[in-house]
Write a protein that binds this ligand. Structure first.
Ligand SMILES: Cc1cc2nc3c(=O)[nH]c(=O)nc-3n(C[C@H](O)[C@H](O)[C@H](O)COP(=O)(O)OP(=O)(O)OC[C@H]3O[C@@H](n4cnc5c(N)ncnc54)[C@H](O)[C@@H]3O)c2cc1C
Length: 386
């Protein structure tokens, strides 16, 4: 059977519109910023904000939200094409952060009218930054083991405990979090979903320094933190089901698949033209380039598979795990290749080594490689749980 991966007339027109928007509106400081080794985006926060405001003004900041809440109500394919084009151009995507990707859709599905009117428009305008308080020192892959305790006291919950790996907590105004409200219930059933103002007394944020020397995530401590009951999303002890709401955001990792290919293209340019050219005459190095190039094509095809399932109304499961696992491991292999190329020229902390160290987290964040393999083994291959 012939497979047509080309655009329909609508998709081609939409792609053209997105491309011309990117051509016109990308701030100069961000052009070409998607390639590994082109410098950290953290150094260009002003330009990212400018870009975010332009995307928001175009109405694309919340592609999957319904129009009645200020979203773009975009189809799965249109979101995919937009993300693909953003990644191709090397401009930042997913600009709404956890607010647009996670808490917004959760409130749309489970929030009260009061919660929606308090938070949704502020998320869309970028007035508030949200962080995600799920992981704890003893609860990551096995998230339902979380122990941060919330006890009801009249119209408030009183929270005590600790979260960890909380991305951006040091800049955040609000946290959506999972807490244990019934320690005697089976572990998935004693959990509640709360919205916490990060300025509440008793919240302490302590940044953690990563291997690469950046401070992207934090420990967050809660000591007798009082949260109004009206900030609970869904019912008490039903927070697990709220927290794992199947969100209609794009799960194809197309941004990652293209990001890794662009990183590889950047390395190939260097290998062809730069002072590394002689090193690349080594057949083993050339072979490594070829292998990575083929793997980039595989990553793209895995992404296409996920999106084509979504379009047909199917819910990708182990297919999304394959996609996530493959492209995050590939990112690490390409970072390794970059080290082979640049390692001999730079100091200990050159761009290649920074990228290499940053890539370590890609196979942990969003579900570790081992956990993804467990899903693929049981749900994909039908092997027994073990
Ligand atoms: C860059 C980054 C950003 C993050 N941001 C956030 C955030 O904003 N908010 C938040 O709440 N969390 C965040 N996290 C935390 C992330 O969700 C967890 O790190 C992840 O779920 C793994 O949990 P863990 O670190 O506790 O490791 P563990 O679950 O303790 O795993 C330790 C090791 O055991 C393996 N393992 C565990 N279970 C199994 C299993 N069933 N089968 C086989 N092997 C297994 C793992 O693969 C891993 O190698 C972030 C993590 C990273 C790296």
């Amino acid at each position: 059977m012939a497979i047509n991966l080309g655009d329909s007339a609508h998709e081609a027109a939409w792609r053209k519109e997105v491309r011309s928007f990117i051509d016109r509106e990308t701030p100069d400081a961000l052009r070409g910023s998607g390639e590994m080794g082109e410098g950290s985006l953290f150094g260009r926060l002003g330009a990212i904000k400018e870009w975010r405001d332009r995307v928001a003004a175009r109405g694309w900041i919340a592609p999957s939200w319904p129009a009645k809440y200020g979203g773009a109500d975009m189809s799965i394919v249109d979101q995919f094409v937009m993300n693909e084009e953003f990644a191709e151009a090397g401009v930042p995507g997913n600009l709404g952060g956890f607010g647009v990707m996670m808490i917004g859709p959760t409130l749309i599905e489970h929030g009260t009218e009061e919660q929606k009117s308090e938070h949704l428009s502020r998320i869309l305008k970028g007035e508030v930054i949200w962080c995600q308080g799920y992981s704890e020192p003893g609860a990551g892959s096995d998230l339902a083991a979380l122990q941060t305790r919330a006890v009801r006291d009249g119209d408030e919950y009183v929270i005590n405990g600790q979260k960890i790996w909380t991305t951006g907590a040091q800049f955040s105004d609000w946290m959506y979090m999972l807490v244990r409200t019934d320690p005697d219930a089976p572990k998935h059933r004693g959990i509640t979903y709360l919205l916490v103002d990060m300025k509440s007394p008793g919240v302490t944020v302590r940044p953690l320094t990563t291997l690469a020397g950046t401070q992207t995530f934090n420990e967050v401590f809660f000591e007798d933190v009082r949260v109004p009951v009206r900030n609970r999303v869904g019912e008490e002890n039903r927070g697990w089901y709220v927290g794992t709401t199947t969100l209609d955001f794009e799960r194809s990792s197309i941004g990652n698949a293209i990001g890794v290919r662009k990183a590889l293209e950047g390395l190939m340019r260097q290998a062809r033209d730069g002072k590394e050219a002689s090193f690349v005459r080594n057949p083993r190095v050339k072979t490594e380039f070829v292998d990575r190039w083929i793997e980039c094509e595989v990553a793209k095809m895995l992404s296409y598979r996920v999106v084509s399932m979504q379009v047909r109304g199917l819910i990708p499961n182990y297919e999304a795990s394959m996609c996530k696992m493959f492209s995050s491991e590939l990112q690490q292999r390409i970072a390794g290749l970059s080290m082979h190329l640049y390692g001999m020229h730079g100091g200990v902390r050159n761009r290649a080594s920074m990228g290499y160290m940053q890539a370590v987290s890609s196979t942990i964040a969003g579900g570790t490689t081992e956990v993804q393999k467990g899903i693929i083994a049981t749900r994909g291959l039908g092997l027994p749980r073990g």
